[in-house]
Design a protein around this ligand. Structure first.
Ligand SMILES: Cc1cc2nc3c(=O)[nH]c(=O)nc-3n(C[C@H](O)[C@H](O)[C@H](O)COP(=O)(O)O)c2cc1C
Length: 433
């Protein structure tokens, strides 16, 4: 028997990620069925005409998803804690629409368009729902009819929360969700056109669908988490597919999210002096805020190398520079640069400070400022100066609260994108006693 080596097996598996033919296989064997003139498979899995269907709402008749796209992108997280609140049917309709709704069917019914892209417009996925807690929907297994925008009852009414968690190796938060989206591929839809090159495309497309679910969830105060750790046979049997011509590829539980209190966020964020391992993350944070073109002087961060150089020098000289860190990611910083010129060494400049969008208004800026000022005091600094754009009223209010006083105004100091802005000079006096 010819036993393959580990390297051979790995090479074979990796081929699936590439866009090239397997070596040594006659090309003819892989001629796509489309080229052979075999008729295409249906655009959607057929169902008996007398099936029970559930009507779904159109997304434009519901007051949903009004939060700016940029916010959904910035806030997106894998969420594993769901509230006990049920999902509204119109919210579920929106999530189904946002992930797989068919928006156009070609006259010859060979291709269709959905809200997500698909190689060759093949759209190989069916969406199954394991419903636990959705208003006006009995718990059970359903299938989304992406052409009709309706739900099909898949002959399995009942609560399957324990079963779904077990099928996902005991990930209990999945069973605690309001509904689980299960995406099953019908590979032949894509194989018909791309033959052995279909699999890469199918997996990429699962990612498109799930990302839309993430963003759509953020837009309606819900949360989701991509899941690829599941027992294939158990999942396929739960949704009632054969596991050969149709099988589960990806799933995602969805539930409403209790808004996290400012306090809980702040508790999760640690304030610490900057250290080497946070240089890159600090650079990213600085760059994203600079690119807002509003709060900082520069409109982009200096190069990573130059940031690294200046931070390492700050660390060496014990210069007060603090970062706010959550899950190893820098979400804010504050830095006071001591004046080294003789006669001015009692003063320092609050060179820059910033807090990422999603972390503002949660007391993180205040904590950063307090730690950095304390470090400045230990450094012997008595007077901290700063410059702030006059248009940045929240920042001015913030500095006033921290004890900074107004010292002067540079009129029309900045002209950016055709607009002038004044620059305010502020200072804080630190008692050294
Ligand atoms: C392909 C894929 C499979 C995943 N499988 C699981 C899973 O089985 N269980 C889980 O809790 N999270 C799973 N996740 C979520 C990741 O853990 C999560 O995306 C990662 O920790 C980054 O966190 P973020 O999504 O909040 O940025 C998966 C994510 C992807 C993209």
């Amino acid at each position: 028997m010819n036993i393959k080596s580990y390297d051979e097996m790995i090479r074979e598996r990796r081929l699936m990620l590439k866009s090239e033919e397997e070596e040594g296989i006659e090309h003819d064997e892989w001629t796509p069925h489309q080229i052979k003139g075999i008729p295409p498979p249906p655009l959607e899995k057929p169902y008996p005409k007398d099936s029970v269907l559930v009507e779904l709402a159109s997304p434009d008749c519901a007051d949903l998803g009004k939060i700016p796209l940029v916010k959904t992108i910035v806030q997106r997280r894998s969420r594993r804690k769901y509230s006990s609140k049920a999902l509204k049917l119109e919210e579920l309709s929106f999530l189904l629409y946002a992930t797989q709704r068919v928006t156009q069917v070609d006259e010859d019914r060979v291709r269709s368009k959905r809200v997500v892209p698909s190689g060759g417009a093949r759209h190989p996925f069916e969406t199954y729902l394991i419903v636990n807690r959705v208003e006006n929907l009995e718990p059970g297994v359903y299938r989304y009819l992406a052409i009709e925008h309706k739900l099909l009852v898949v002959d399995r009414i009942g609560l399957f929360s324990d079963e779904i968690s077990r099928a996902c190796f005991g990930q209990s938060f999945i069973g605690e969700s309001a509904v689980v989206f299960v995406w099953a591929a019908i590979p032949y839809r894509t194989e018909w056109r791309y033959s052995n090159l279909a699999y890469k495309s199918i997996l990429i497309e699962a990612g498109h669908i799930c990302q839309n679910l993430y963003l759509a969830c953020e837009a309606i105060g819900a949360g989701t988490c991509a899941i690829a750790a599941y027992d294939q046979k158990a999942l396929d049997s739960l949704i009632g597919v054969d596991g050969i011509d149709e099988f589960t590829v990806y799933l995602a539980p969805v539930g409403k999210i209790e808004p996290i209190s400012a306090r809980a966020v702040a508790e999760n964020v640690q304030i610490m002096p900057i250290s080497k391992e946070y240089i890159e993350s600090f650079h990213n944070c600085l760059d994203s805020i600079a690119r807002d073109r509003r709060y900082l002087g520069p409109v982009k961060a200096p190069s990573l190398e130059s940031t690294r150089e200046s931070v390492l020098s700050n660390i060496l000289k014990n210069i007060p520079q603090y970062v706010a860190v959550e899950d190893d990611i820098v979400v804010g910083w504050c830095e006071i640069l001591p004046n080294e010129v003789e006669g001015f060494t009692h003063s320092g400049k609050l060179e820059s400070m910033g807090v990422s969008h999603a972390y503002r208004g949660k007391g993180i800026g205040r904590k950063l400022m307090e730690s950095t000022i304390l470090a400045a005091k230990e450094f012997g600094i008595e007077r901290v100066e700063l410059l702030v754009y006059k248009s940045n009223t929240p920042a001015i209010r913030f500095y006033e609260k921290a004890g900074f006083v107004h010292e002067g105004l540079k009129k029309k100091a900045r002209k950016l994108d055709g607009k002038y802005d004044d620059v305010l000079l502020m200072a804080l006096f630190i008692s050294q006693t």
